[in-house]
Design a protein around this ligand. Structure first.
Ligand code: AP5
Ligand code: MG
Length: 214
């Protein structure tokens, strides 16, 4: 199965994609996580991406498409759930071409609908585990031991791009460059809209039901 998880920053793409990947035995492919790891490891890609990410701008399409191509080639697994990718029409077209050349196509694009106000609230309370990338939230999604990851026991951190100013830009960038993908996938009849302002578990159950009918 091949799925795309769409939605504004902070809509819960990562939270839901990691759970769905486990449930459906898919690879969770988050371009944001891959880029943050490249920045941390100071790779060539990381050096190029850092400046864009710190401002909340998008990393150029060609870099992203190369990174995806490298990751999905020769994969014999049961499929992917793409989180935070594609982010622009050229990225969506690039993905379609890559899949077509393997005789594959996307099964669904799951769009988490969340308001700007909720995005701002969630991102100001977000913490993540630098080891396993799992996210938490104060107060909506607390770890068992305050300040530490349930899985790894590692101290939780704030993301550098979760400051008020950068979140404002990320929302603007989303509206200009990523929101048009909703119509792109609607035209291909694979878009599914999901109300993302409910309890994490309720949304997850909905997503599982939706994927069973794709
Ligand atoms: P990326 O890491 O993809 O960031 P994003 O799209 O802004 O999304 P987030 O990861 O911030 O949010 P999310 O939707 O995953 O929400 P989460 O589950 O964490 O990208 C970062 C940067 O990398 C970009 O700005 C860009 O520079 C670059 N980049 C990445 N991909 C790129 C691409 N394809 N092209 C170009 N550039 C790219 O949840 C958020 C918080 O809310 C958490 O605290 C969580 O616990 C909580 N939460 C989740 N669900 C709920 C709920 N239902 N109720 C209450 N709280 C909830
Ligand atoms: Mg994410």
């Amino acid at each position: 199965m091949l799925l795309v998880m769409l939605g504004p920053p902070g809509s819960g793409k990562g939270t839901q994609a990691s759970r769905l990947a486990e449930k459906l035995d898919l690879h969770h492919l988050s371009t944001g996580d891959m880029l943050r790891s490249a920045v941390k490891n100071e790779t060539e890609l990381g050096k190029k991406a850092k400046e864009y990410m710190e401002k909340g701008d998008l990393v150029p399409d060609s870099l992203i498409l190369d990174m995806i191509r490298e990751t999905i080639k020769n994969d014999q697994g049961s499929g992917f759930i793409f989180d935070g990718f594609p982010r622009t029409i050229p990225q969506a077209e690039g993905l379609d071409k890559m899949l077509q050349s393997e005789g594959e196509e996307l099964d669904g694009a799951l769009n988490l609908d969340v308001s700007d106000q909720e995005v701002i609230k969630r991102l100001s309370g977000r913490y993540f585990c630098p080891q396993c990338q799992r996210t938490y939230n104060y107060p909506s999604n607390l770890p068992e031991q305050e300040g530490f990851c349930d899985e790894c026991g590692v101290e939780l951190q704030k993301r550098k791009d979760d400051t008020e100013e950068v979140v404002k830009n990320r929302l603007e960038v989303y509206k200009k460059q990523t929101q048009p993908l909703i119509d792109y996938y609607k035209d291909k009849s694979i878009l599914v809209n999901v109300d993302g302002e409910r309890d994490i578990g309720v949304i997850f159950n909905d997503l599982v039901t939706i994927t069973q009918s794709l």
